[in-house]
Design a binder for this molecule. Structure first.
Ligand SMILES: *Cc1c(COP(=O)(O)O)cnc(C)c1O
Length: 373
């Protein structure tokens, strides 16, 4: 058995693409904790920006013997109506993550470049690296806004610029003027991707209408966050018809399973949207209350403003983020340590959960606060 495994490893070592050898897979919240033996039912999951509630959607089992439509029309129509774009400008994908991967595989050859602006979402770099595409990092300014001049200095070399707004894990929205400056300078040269995974928590900040003036703008969306359907794996790329058609050359022939299409379409119905908007209202209010509370804790050196369903906190130097993570894990509460990210030394990200979950979180933080006395 071990012998066979060893022989296979040697074979894999010989054949694997060299650029994959050193690559570490994305440490998704699920992967990080799936080994820890935590039991799902009692665990408070506040590490992946999921919605704590579940929408009322279901699929009809009688349809599974047939292959699904390539791009199910009811789903595409529902999303185009919701996002106020034409159906030709919508591509349904297996999560926004697949949109990221397809953009890179469609527009970047091995050895070409993308620009990312860290601290930001980790999958842009991982998708690029697995495709042997180089990642140019142009860090955000200390204000967590774009360093527009540096981006413009480096963009001649890049096929795609990824901009996350609202940004994960900082929680703030990128200034529209800065985005427009980047779009203006890259018109005809590069694609600018605005990742709007959290836009439902701050609808007025969407940039989809800029697609009319800037055919190089791509907007990524998902049902995983505000719509509470992370387990469904359904996201959308919004772009000019030419960009969508190019991506259709690369995407799998049956990307959206039939039950996923059915349930996603229900989530986008009038009733589904009402449900989602009620969740967003509730979570936004709870987030604002949590931020006010967190600002009173002396160990919280900084509580960053948020237009999302999560809050980033910088801890005082005397309190180690790893230690805080352990204290929470002992209470079966899972948060996300963001300390490895550029500029985010000793920070923790807290997803906004249900009222009970947030009470449990505040309890643990209150205990930490009392120990300071
Ligand atoms: C969660 C997230 C995604 C991925 O969403 P899926 O649709 O679940 O793949 C993409 N971008 C950002 C910024 C995210 O936080």
């Amino acid at each position: 058995m071990t012998d066979n495994l060893n022989k296979t490893s040697t074979l894999v070592d010989k054949l694997i693409r060299p650029e994959l050898k050193e690559l570490k897979p994305y440490e998704s919240a699920r992967r990080l904790f799936s080994m820890s033996g935590s039991d799902d039912t009692n665990t408070v999951w506040l590490n992946a920006n999921e919605n704590p509630y579940s929408p009322n959607v279901s699929a009809d089992p009688s349809l599974y013997n047939r292959y699904p439509d390539f791009q199910p029309e009811p789903l595409i129509n529902a999303y185009s109506q919701y996002a106020a774009v034409k159906p030709e400008q919508v591509l349904a994908t297996r999560g926004a993550d697949e949109g990221i991967e397809l953009l890179i595989r469609t527009f970047c050859s091995p050895g070409q470049n993308i620009i990312i602006c860290p601290p930001t979402y980790g999958m842009y770099a991982i998708s690029a690296e697995t495709a042997n595409v180089n990642v140019t990092k142009v860090p955000l300014l200390p204000s967590f806004q774009l360093d527009v001049n540096s981006i413009l200095n480096q963009v001649d070399n890049a096929q795609i610029v990824f901009i996350c707004s609202p940004n994960n894990p900082t929680g703030d929205v990128i200034n529209r003027n800065d985005l427009v400056s980047v779009l203006e300078a890259t018109k005809g040269h590069a694609i600018v991707v605005a990742d709007e995974a959290y836009i439902e928590f701050s609808t007025e900040d969407t940039v989809t209408e800029l697609m009319n003036s800037y055919p190089n703008l791509v907007v990524l969306r998902t049902l995983s966050k505000a719509f509470a359907l992370a387990g469904l794996r359904c996201g959308f790329t919004l772009a000019s018809e030419a960009i969508i058609n190019a991506m259709k050359k690369v995407i799998a022939p049956y990307p959206i399973p039939a039950p996923v299409a059915q349930m996603a379409t229900q989530a986008l119905s009038e009733e589904g949207l009402l449900w989602m908007r009620r969740c967003v209202n509730e979570l936004n209010n709870r987030r604002d209350a949590f931020i006010e509370k967190a600002k009173t804790w002396r160990f919280a050196n900084e509580v960053y403003p948020s237009k999302t369903n999560f809050v980033l906190m910088k801890l005082s130097e005397t309190l180690d983020a790893n230690k805080v993570m352990t204290l929470f894990t002992e209470q079966q509460i899972l948060l996300r340590n963001q300390s490895k990210q550029l500029m985010l030394n000793n920070t923790i990200r807290v997803t906004i959960g249900s009222e009970e979950e947030m009470a449990a979180v505040e309890n643990v933080f209150n205990l930490i606060e009392q120990k300071l006395d």
